[in-house]
Design a protein around this ligand. Structure first.
Ligand code: ARG
Length: 279
């Protein structure tokens, strides 16, 4: 069922991508911040019109994330938030003539922050789902994710079916959380504020497994002894940026840059830098 929904979602994304491509024939040229805030009503060329949008704070692109999700977003030794999503956001902000500001918050607060106009975008390895589409728009998809299961080496959990009756650790409000509650019952699911804490609970034996996205799973398994990832995947997903339904212009401008950077291979280049052996 989940896979079916994921496939339908992917198909919808491709359709909407195609539709967006038609609407915004022109790409957004890099431009200065004053171009967005005070816009002269003299006949601006079409290409600039495509770039007319507002942001929460003029001149800034404020991105909400949950920086406990390597390699998409995590903190370096100096507490800077780094990773695939911050790099993509910085690139798009630069092309739009905006300064990027990143706000770290709980994953479950990101959609609300976007919806209530506290931030411009949510970029957090966030999966496009039907439920979330009720509340926000999503950009073109820039990456794929897979929900996988982390277990201690030698665990009796060998496949998804073996999760029945086990204590499953998840990150609060994520697709893994929602799917596991649906499939295995809320009583068997323990939600943690972030992936790091879910994995710590696994290491200390408080849960039997953790369901989380594949690339963070690989990073957590590398960072912790004695863990392994099951071969069988739980669900396939598309990642995209969440943008307010009230800001179609920002969505169009964001997508114009993102689509161009996907087409010329720049986005894949950023992903490859963090996930060298993706297959
Ligand atoms: N892809 C999953 C979802 O959208 C998990 C994302 C978690 N991201 C994060 N930055 N913690 O629900």
């Amino acid at each position: 069922m989940k896979k079916l929904i994921a496939i339908i979602m992917s198909a919808l994304m491709i359709l909407s991508l195609a539709a967006c491509g038609e609407e915004t024939e022109t790409t957004v040229a890099p431009e200065s911040t004053e171009a967005q805030s005070q816009e002269p009503d003299t006949g601006a060329p079409e290409s600039q019109e495509a770039a007319e949008f507002t942001t929460v704070q003029p001149g800034k692109l404020i991105m909400a994330t949950n920086a406990s999700f390597p390699p998409y977003e995590y903190t370096d030794d100096g507490d800077n938030i780094i990773g695939i999503d911050p790099e993509i956001a910085a690139l798009i902000a630069q092309e739009l003539g905006l300064e990027l500001e990143i706000q770290d918050m709980e994953f479950g607060s990101i959609i609300t922050a976007v919806q209530t106009g506290k931030v411009d975008i949510g970029l957090a390895g966030m999966t496009v789902t039907e439920d979330r589409l009720q509340n926000v728009n999503f950009s073109s998809s820039y990456a794929k994710g897979v929900q996988v299961v982390i277990v201690p080496e030698g665990s009796e959990i060998k496949s998804i079916d073996d999760l029945t009756g086990k204590k499953i650790g998840v990150q609060e409000s994520t697709t893994g959380h929602i799917y596991c509650e649906d499939d295995f019952g809320a009583d068997n699911v323990v939600a943690f504020p972030n992936g790091t804490q879910a994995v710590q609970a696994l290491v200390s034996g408080k849960v039997d497994c953790v369901v989380i996205d594949n690339n963070p799973a690989k990073a957590f398994v590398e960072a912790n002894e004695g863990l392994t990832i099951l071969d069988s995947a739980y669900a396939d997903e598309d990642y995209a940026a969440a943008i307010s339904k009230d800001n179609e212009a920002l969505l169009a401008a964001f997508n114009a840059v993102l689509d161009a950077k996907i087409a010329d291979g720049t986005i894949q280049g950023i992903i490859d830098k963090y996930i060298p052996t993706e297959n």
